[in-house]
Design a protein around this ligand. Structure first.
Ligand code: AMP
Length: 131
């Protein structure tokens, strides 16, 4: 998938849309999610033009990859989340329900987060099938 410069996170990076910034470095920007799913819900995005984790892990240089990962940890530390704990998540593509085509890592925290995935939509026998 080609990168779309009109996506909402590209617009935030260009300063065309506001965000509630938490952390910024040469490689990444972190800001509060507009529709939080937990008491703390922050997104960390690379400053480069990458559609998803697949694109980023294949195309980004070593400094960019290291800088981005460092920014995720720095953001969690800046928010004081280390002791209580937090969850990180990145959606890639259709099955993961990725909505914004610019790589973003979600950081969730601030309450017990429960099981890792919502299994409620799986059939009782645990099998699954692509729709
Ligand atoms: P995903 O489904 O992984 O692509 O997640 C996209 C996330 O971006 C959702 O949690 C949205 O609430 C969030 N989001 C969309 N637009 C904005 C925005 N302008 N500022 C902050 N978060 C946003």
């Amino acid at each position: 998938m080609a990168y779309d410069d009109g996506n909402v996170f590209a617009r935030i990076l260009r300063g065309e849309l506001p965000c509630k910034k938490v952390y910024e470095s040469d490689f990444a920007l972190a800001f509060h999610d507009i529709n939080p799913q937990a008491p703390v819900h922050v997104l960390v995005i690379p400053k480069g033009r990458y559609v998803s984790m697949d694109d980023f892990s294949a195309q980004a240089g070593a400094a960019e990859q290291a800088g981005f990962l460092r920014a995720v940890g720095e953001t969690a530390r800046a928010l004081g989340l280390v002791d209580g704990g937090y969850r990180i998540l990145a959606n890639h593509g259709r099955d993961a329900h990725q909505e914004v085509p610019h790589l973003h890592i979600h950081i969730f925290a601030g309450r017990p987060l429960g099981p890792m995935l919502d299994g409620g939509s799986l059939p009782p026998d645990g099998s699954f099938r692509r729709g």
